[in-house]
Design a protein around this ligand. Structure first.
Ligand SMILES: NC(=O)c1ccc[n+]([C@@H]2O[C@H](COP(=O)([O-])OP(=O)(O)OC[C@H]3O[C@@H](n4cnc5c(N)ncnc54)[C@H](OP(=O)(O)O)[C@@H]3O)[C@@H](O)[C@H]2O)c1
Length: 214
């Protein structure tokens, strides 16, 4: 089976934003609250984190449960690791993921300002410059034959889409509008010339879009 570069469980608003405006350490998703945007995932039995009650099973949980399966390396944009970096520079400052990020693979962080790597728990973050194609090559080489996940944010996913590097995408569209922020698309149809797309509404109100290369 060919090694895939894929986007998994990436959530956007109905108007295509993966995060709101004014992102910062205290407000990682800007004016959007992750609890609203990612409600579908956070409500599932498999979501790694605090949750009230049992947690949903079914379609959403099935997609969340498969998150780590077959992934050997991760690529993400620098704005997603803002918090983790501070933890290393300033001990005792808790990052979003705390001391045990959920990736447990090499993580290649796209940036124009490369800096020393650091490790938190079983996850090592490598800050890398270079083109999306060069970073994809580094991640594939580090993934030990397994797939590579492109974890976001929207800015980085767009760069890899524009470079023709993404094999598959699962994008969940949440039933809320953000109006501004970091945008993945204006509408999913934008990708129909390059990707097949199946649309699967979930009882939770989110609509899953599964895309794979034509
Ligand atoms: N909705 C979801 O499912 C989801 C999932 C993950 C994350 N998020 C959220 O998304 C937000 C971040 O998304 P974002 O779109 O604003 O930013 P992002 O894609 O995470 O990061 C953008 C940064 O990545 C670097 N970068 C991107 N493309 C590059 C390229 N071609 N070459 C070199 N460096 C490149 C640059 O870093 P430098 O400025 O250092 O050069 C750029 O400023 C965070 O708030 C995060 O919480 C949402």
């Amino acid at each position: 089976m060919a090694q895939l570069l894929k986007v998994q469980n990436f959530t956007v608003s109905a108007d295509g934003y993966g995060a709101g405006e004014g992102q910062g350490l205290e407000r990682p998703f800007g004016h959007a609250h992750p609890r609203d945007l990612m409600r579908w995932a956070m409500a599932t039995a498999s979501f790694p984190g605090p949750r009230s009650g049992e947690g949903t099973c079914g379609l959403d949980d099935h997609l969340v449960r498969g998150y780590a399966h077959g992934i050997g390396a991760e690529i993400m944009g620098r704005k997603q690791v803002r918090a983790a970096a501070r933890t290393v520079d300033r001990p005792r400052v808790a990052g979003w993921w705390g001391d045990e990020p959920p990736f447990r693979t090499p993580v290649f962080v796209l940036t124009h300002h490369p800096r020393p790597s650091f490790t938190l728990g079983e996850t090592t973050f490598h800050f890398v410059g270079g083109s999306p194609a060069e970073v994809a090559e580094q991640a594939r080489a580090a993934a030990g034959g397994l797939d590579v996940r492109l974890g976001g944010g929207a800015h980085s996913i767009r760069a890899f889409l524009d470079a023709g590097l993404v094999d598959e995408l699962h994008v969940a569209v949440a039933p809320l509008e953000l109006g501004a922020g970091s945008r993945l698309w204006t509408a999913p149809e934008e990708l129909d010339d390059r990707y097949h797309r199946e649309v699967v509404p979930s009882p939770s109100g989110v609509v899953h879009h599964l895309l794979w290369r034509r």
